[in-house]
Design a protein around this ligand. Structure first.
Ligand SMILES: [Zn+2]
Length: 262
C-alpha cells in the first residue's frame, strides 16, 4: 500500500492567486514511520530536539519566519526547508526498497471552472498511473489518498468517488483508475510529519507558479523530473508556458539574487 499525503495551496476566490497547486508525497506503508523519524532527525539537527518537538512544519510561516519560527534565523529556516525537500529527492527506505514519490499539479485560475476539482482529479490520475506502472513491474500496490481535514474534506471525498467511478469506463480508456482505494483518509496535519512535508512541497510550487520564486521548487527538480514519469503537471489557461512541467528542457536557474528565472 502507498499513502499519498496531499495538500493544496492557493485560493481560487483570491484574484491575486494566478494559480492554485495541489500535490503531495506518496510513501510505502512500511516507510511511513522511518521517514517521519528522518524528518524529526533533520529538524533536530537544525533547531534542536526541544524546538523540533514543538514546531510544525508549514511552508509559509517557515519561509517568512512567522508563528513559532519567529526567533529562528532565515539561514537556518531556509537551510531546513532545503534539507527536508532533499529528503523527497534522496531518502530511501531499505526495508521496502522504496523512495518518496512526489506528485504536483499546478493549475492556472483560467484553466477550468472548478480548478480544485480538476487539479485533484489529475493528481489522483498521476498517482494511480504510478501504481499501475508498479504493478506491471511486479509491485502490486494499492493506494490511498491521505488529506488534511480542511475546507475541502467533503468535496474531496466526493471527487475521489467520482474519479473512482471512472472504472465503469471501457477498459481501453486510459483514464480508468485501478489502484486507488475508494475513500480518502482524513488526518490532522498537526500530528502528521508527512502531511507537513506535503504542505512544504505544495508551498514550494505555489511560490514558483505565483511569484516566480523557484528557489525551494528547484531543490525538488530531481524528484519532479524522473525520467519517463510525470510528476509535475501544469494546466495552463491560454498563455504559452515554458516551465519545468510544460517544457522540461527549459533550465530553471537561480540568479545571483537568489531568485529563480527560466
Ligand atoms: Zn507551465
Amino acid at each position: 500500500m502507498y499513502l499519498l499525503y496531499s495538500d493544496e495551496s492557493g485560493n481560487i476566490a483570491n484574484p491575486d492567486d494566478a494559480a492554485v497547486v495541489v500535490g503531495g508525497v506518496a510513501v510505502h506503508e512500511d516507510a511511513v514511520r522511518p521517514l517521519a523519524g528522518e524528518i524529526n532527525g533533520t529538524l533536530t539537527n537544525f533547531i534542536g530536539a526541544t524546538r523540533a518537538k514543538e514546531l510544525e512544519i508549514h511552508g509559509s510561516p517557515l519561509r517568512r519566519g512567522r508563528e513559532g519560527w519567529r526567533d529562528i534565523g532565515a539561514g537556518k529556516r531556509h537551510g531546513l526547508a532545503h534539507a527536508l525537500l532533499r529528503l523527497v529527492d534522496e531518502w530511501e527506505h531499505e526495508g521496502s526498497s522504496s523512495v518518496v514519490q512526489p506528485f504536483v499539479v499546478a493549475i492556472d485560475r483560467n484553466h477550468s471552472q472548478s480548478p480544485m476539482e480538476t487539479a485533484y482529479g489529475e493528481l489522483l490520475f498521476m498517482f494511480d498511473h504510478y501504481l499501475r506502472e508498479g504493478r506491471r513491474k511486479g509491485n502490486p500496490h494499492n493506494g490511498v489518498l491521505v488529506a488534511d481535514r480542511s475546507n475541502y474534506e467533503r468535496a474531496l471525498a466526493a471527487w475521489v468517488e467520482v474519479a473512482r467511478a471512472r472504472y465503469r469506463r471501457p477498459s481501453q480508456d486510459a483514464r480508468r483508475l485501478y489502484a486507488l482505494a475508494e475513500t480518502p483518509f482524513f488526518v490532522d496535519s498537526q500530528t502528521t510529519r508527512l502531511m507537513q512535508v506535503a504542505d512544504l512541497v505544495v508551498h514550494a510550487l505555489f511560490r514558483a507558479y505565483n511569484v516566480g520564486d523557484w528557489r525551494w521548487a528547484e531543490t525538488l527538480r530531481p524528484a519532479l523530473t524522473l525520467a519517463g514519469d510525470r510528476r509535475l503537471l501544469h494546466l495552463t489557461g491560454t498563455d504559452p508556458c515554458s516551465c519545468l512541467a510544460c517544457d522540461p528542457s527549459t533550465a530553471v536557474t537561480v540568479d545571483s539574487a537568489g531568485v529563480g528565472t527560466q
